[in-house]
Design a protein around this ligand. Structure first.
Ligand SMILES: Cc1cc2nc3c(=O)[nH]c(=O)nc-3n(C[C@H](O)[C@H](O)[C@H](O)COP(=O)(O)OP(=O)(O)OC[C@H]3O[C@@H](n4cnc5c(N)ncnc54)[C@H](O)[C@@H]3O)c2cc1C
Length: 457
């Protein structure tokens, strides 16, 4: 089956609604292209060029720019209704994708309607209209030198640096936290900076050093009052470390595959298996391979390959990332030795599901003409010799919960028994699911911030 999985559409009902409510040169221009809304013409064209099915995606992201919010919400519903109607009329020829011109509660509710009630199968997120992006090929996994990426530095840190009550200390490592004489408040943050030890104090202290390092700081903060480490009366600090069962797969296509960004596609179809099988996980695109990265990731496999052949492989590769949930196990844990070095004890979970997801992917790839013997995997599965990249998705170690005997923090992410210590990172995850963690880390940080704003007021 040949599927065109990104085919622009502007359904007729939306065209008409735009003409009536928000006429512009742009909507008039769209109307002059019947292919965008006429399903019969579209199907005739698909038959002519041998396309079995199209995934319909809204045309022209800029059309939403400047539109008053209430009109945009109405047009969005109209667009989704129109795409769903085209799919309903021709279910064997079309599948549909929703669009999110912005992300807010109303749009999220509309996305829920589009998926649950209209049966649309994904979402197109309209991106920043005036980005400084140069479309270079070092986006995935690199800091952006022109600040075009919506990462924590660009979105979170830079905008607040000019505020009078914000100070950013660089090159500062938190060594430990000390409590007051009662043992229930953090009184001092001990920091190493420029070869010196410094001490800071604050009404509220938020730990967000990432799963491994937040646990490390707590374990290094052992004192007479907290002999097993701070917030560790339950002996849970450092436990339930998770990092995802991830497999990177390079599938070779017969045709060259040379996009700058191939990441936006993801499938959760195997997260909830239709039968009684346990969930297998998520399939998503990975940043584009290049010859140098392949040499770095697979030095043995590529040792004898001349550079030109790797370049050829990279040019034809479709790079895919598979994620299966890694289960929280108390024995999978971080400990810290007398020198402050982190040790990780880890036994893999969900191996059968990880292998099952790979088999599902190979079945799909074979069907689209990427033969099984052309699929090789760059498996970042955990072993102790793994490079640091393998722990990119680390989570757990300070799980939150309602029972202080089985968790480190309460549901506000405040450490049990320590009144002014909060967490805002992946350490609080009680489980990791099978999708990338960063958005959950961010969403939870906003939730903790809301709680703190209320508490401080
Ligand atoms: C190459 C790469 C690609 C990734 N791609 C994706 C992706 O596409 N999607 C996704 O969802 N996730 C992705 N991730 C994972 C994502 O980055 C993490 O899940 C997320 O950043 C975790 O947030 P965090 O706040 O827990 O920790 P971090 O973002 O790691 O923040 C912890 C911070 O604490 C600092 N720190 C640590 N110890 C100390 C100390 N003792 N004193 C002072 N500071 C300290 C660290 O320097 C760091 O700045 C990727 C990760 C990597 C490495």
């Amino acid at each position: 089956m040949v599927i065109d999985f990104y085919s622009h559409v502007c359904p007729r009902n939306l065209m008409e609604a735009l003409r009536d409510e928000y006429a512009s040169d742009e909507s008039a221009a769209l109307f002059r292209k019947p292919y965008l809304y006429d399903a019969e013409k579209r199907i005739a064209f698909m038959d002519e060029v041998g396309i079995d099915m199209q995934v319909l995606v809204m045309v022209r992201p800029p059309m939403w720019l400047g539109m008053p919010r209430d009109v945009m919400y109405r047009m969005l519903r109209t667009a989704h209704d129109g795409i769903a109607a085209m799919v309903e009329a021709h279910p064997s020829r079309f599948a549909g994708v929703a669009v999110a011109p912005r992300v807010d509660d109303t749009v999220l509710e509309e996305l829920r309607r589009a998926w649950d009630e209209l049966g649309l199968r994904g979402v197109l997120r309209a991106s920043r209209p005036r980005s400084a992006c140069l479309r270079c090929n070092t986006c995935d996994g690199f800091p952006c030198l022109v600040h075009a990426k919506s990462d924590a530095e660009v979105i979170g840190v830079r905008p607040v640096l000019g505020l009078e009550n914000v100070t950013l200390l660089v090159g500062a490592e938190v060594l430990s936290l000390r409590t007051d004489s009662g043992g229930s408040r953090v009184s001092t943050v001990v920091v190493s900076r420029g070869g010196k030890t410094e001490e800071y104090s604050a009404d509220i202290v938020i730990l967000s050093a990432g799963a491994a390092n937040s646990a490390r700081i707590l374990l290094r903060s052992a004192s007479d009052q907290h002999p097993n480490g701070l917030a560790n009366s339950s002996d849970q600090v450092g436990r339930n470390y998770m990092f995802h069962n991830s497999t990177a797969v390079a599938a070779l296509a017969k045709e060259p595959n040379e996009p700058v960004y191939q990441k936006p596609l993801g499938l959760n179809d195997f997260s909830l298996a239709p039968d009684d099988r346990p969930p297998l996980g998520n399939i998503q695109m990975l940043g584009k391979s290049n010859a140098m990265a392949m040499k770095g990731e697979e030095p043995k496999l590529t040792m004898l390959a001349p550079h030109w052949s790797l370049e050829d492989v990279a040019r034809h590769s479709v790079d895919i990332w598979l994620t299966t949930e890694d289960l929280p196990m108390p024995g999978n844990r971080i400990t810290v030795d007398g020198d402050g070095k982190i040790h990780l004890s880890y036994t893999a979970t969900n191996k059968v599901q990880t292998a099952g997801l790979y088999e599902e992917l190979k079945t799909i790839l074979n069907k689209v003409g990427m033969a099984a013997h052309h699929v090789y995997d760059k498996n970042f599965y955990m072993n102790m010799a793994i490079p640091l990249a393998g722990v990119a998705h680390q989570a757990g170690t300070c799980r939150f919960g309602t029972d202080p005997s089985t968790s480190v923090a309460n549901t506000d992410c405040r450490a049990h028994g320590i009144d002014n210590l909060y967490f805002a990172d992946a350490s609080i995850f009680p489980s990791i699911g099978a999708v990338n963690p960063a958005l959950t880390v961010m969403a939870n940080a906003i939730r903790v911030a809301d709680h703190l704003a209320e508490r401080l007021s």
